[in-house]
Design a protein around this ligand. Structure first.
Ligand SMILES: *[C@@H]1O[C@H](CO)[C@@H](O)[C@H](O)[C@H]1NC(C)=O
Ligand SMILES: *[C@@H]1O[C@H](CO)[C@@H](O)[C@H](O)[C@H]1NC(C)=O
Ligand SMILES: *[C@@H]1O[C@H](CO)[C@@H](O)[C@H](O)[C@H]1NC(C)=O
Ligand SMILES: *[C@@H]1O[C@H](CO)[C@@H](O)[C@H](O)[C@H]1NC(C)=O
Ligand SMILES: *[C@@H]1O[C@H](CO)[C@@H](O)[C@H](O)[C@H]1NC(C)=O
Ligand SMILES: *[C@@H]1O[C@H](CO)[C@@H](O)[C@H](O)[C@H]1NC(C)=O
Length: 385
């Protein structure tokens, strides 16, 4: 399991896992047609041979040849034309033609397989689930995968994939769950990843070498409920348009992303957000009072930044807040109501007569820094007029 899953991500991952567990047993058998009328009823079982399974056979044999180590022997039985019997390959009736069987999913999770993904995998044109997490696939995602028009969940996390963000991903019409975390992808993460054209539900891009420039074109139009870009070098500032994701965003993790910016008050519009992790950055200025409007917030982590001022009482009064981390900043006060938050870490600040705070010298030195002014674009104004 990748470590970077907050409580909700964990639950979500579990949900996906459950979904998969629920789906797979059915997928391994041909599904009956929805309403079998005596006249149109297909004969069962569906024929194990058709053009699509032939194409899948070509794809899977090419893939098997691109595998050089398979410690769990997952592909050991990938022989012969009946691909539906291969380990990790799941067939179901084709969505566009219930009379024929097609490959709907491939799951090689945790296989520790060494190899690459050959161009031929694009022949798996009907796959909805492709789960390859925790293997050692290297190279890139082949462009032929643009033919996977039904691809719904793509999980290639925890592999050795590299190269630029595979641009075809943004034109896959069915993609909802995209998990690229823990690979070596690099280059710009295109703005389209956050666009409405790609209506993702979850985006995990953390722990790659992506280059992301935040702007009102990135954190604005995403329909995702979960966005995790942690341990990635982000440029730019948290834009006020972040509030535009209010209808969908449930979890935002921008931990350790080198963002140096203010936190725009518009963040308070995110009324569905449950988990906000902005820790280990260079955020400056004060925590906006408007965070107190984020009525679903359960976990707030702004630890290890350069934030100052008083922790707004509105935040500590949030009804669902159960984990508040403000450690490693320069806050000079915290209302008593914050003591009621079940898990609270306020160490290493400048709160007078409070335990585990920074030294007096550090706090005095901070007070002598020039005050932070926040611009309308969310950026810190270094030379305010
Ligand atoms: C791998 O699986 C195949 C088919 O199930 C079997 O014939 C073969 O002996 C297995 N190889 C190893 C090394 O276990
Ligand atoms: C698939 O596997 C099942 C169970 O092992 C077997 O009965 C069936 O004959 C196989 N189908 C084909 C087409 O090989
Ligand atoms: C975001 O949405 C707005 C309005 O729907 C649109 O004008 C803009 O081009 C979109 N931006 C991106 C990057 O998709
Ligand atoms: C970020 O992207 C720019 C332009 O695409 C490139 O010049 C730069 O080297 C990249 N930086 C990193 C750290 O990958
Ligand atoms: C932050 O991310 C960098 C890579 O971008 C990594 O080397 C470093 O260990 C991370 N730091 C923390 C505190 O996670
Ligand atoms: C509370 O939040 C901190 C910082 O995000 C995290 O390290 C800790 O595990 C959380 N505790 C619980 C019980 O969720």
């Amino acid at each position: 399991m990748a470590p970077l899953s907050g409580p909700t991500t964990g639950k979500r991952a579990l949900r996906h896992l459950l979904l998969l567990c629920l789906l797979l047993p059915c997928l391994s058998q041909p599904l009956p047609a929805p309403s079998p009328s005596p006249a149109a009823a297909p004969t069962f079982p569906l024929s194990p041979f058709n053009d699509r399974l032939d194409a899948a056979y070509v794809a899977l044999q090419a893939w098997k040849h691109a595998i050089i180590e398979d410690p769990k022997n997952l592909t050991g039985n990938w022989c012969g034309p009946y691909v539906c019997n291969y380990t990790g390959v799941f067939c179901t009736a084709a969505p566009d033609d219930p009379h024929i069987l097609t490959v709907a999913g491939v799951d090689l999770n945790h296989g520790r397989i060494v190899g690459y993904l050959p161009d031929h995998i694009g022949l798996l044109a009907d796959v909805a689930l492709l789960h390859l997490n925790s293997n050692r696939f290297h190279g890139t995602l082949p462009g032929s995968m643009q033919h996977m028009r039904l691809l719904f969940e793509l999980d290639v996390s925890n592999n050795l994939l590299s190269g630029a963000f595979p641009s075809f991903l943004t034109s896959l019409p069915s993609l909802k769950y995209l998990d690229l975390r823990f690979n070596n992808f690099d280059g710009q993460l295109p703005d389209d990843v956050f666009g409405r054209q790609l209506s993702l539900d979850a985006l995990f891009a953390n722990n790659n070498r992506f280059n992301v420039t935040l702007s009102s074109r990135t954190l604005t139009n995403s329909t995702a409920s979960v966005i995790v870009l942690a341990n990635t070098e982000l440029k730019g500032c948290l834009p006020p348009s972040i509030g535009d994701m209010a209808d969908t965003l449930v979890e935002l993790v921008l931990l350790n992303t080198s963002i140096s910016s203010c936190i725009p008050p518009e963040i308070g519009k995110l009324k569905k957000l449950q988990v906000l992790d902005l820790s280990h950055n260079e955020l400056a200025g004060e925590l906006p009072e408007s965070i107190g409007d984020m009525e679903s917030l359960e976990v707030l982590n702004v630890g290890y930044n350069q934030l100052s001022g008083v922790v707004p009482e509105s935040i500590c009064l949030l009804p669902k807040l159960r984990n508040l981390t403000v450690t490693g900043n320069y806050f000079c006060g915290e209302p008593v109501s914050c003591l009621h938050v079940p898990l609270r870490d306020d160490r290493m600040n400048c709160i007078p007569e409070w335990p585990h705070q920074r030294t007096h010298e550090e706090c005095i030195a901070f007070e002598h820094r020039p005050p932070v002014h926040c611009g309308a674009d969310g950026c810190i104004l270094h030379h305010p007029l």
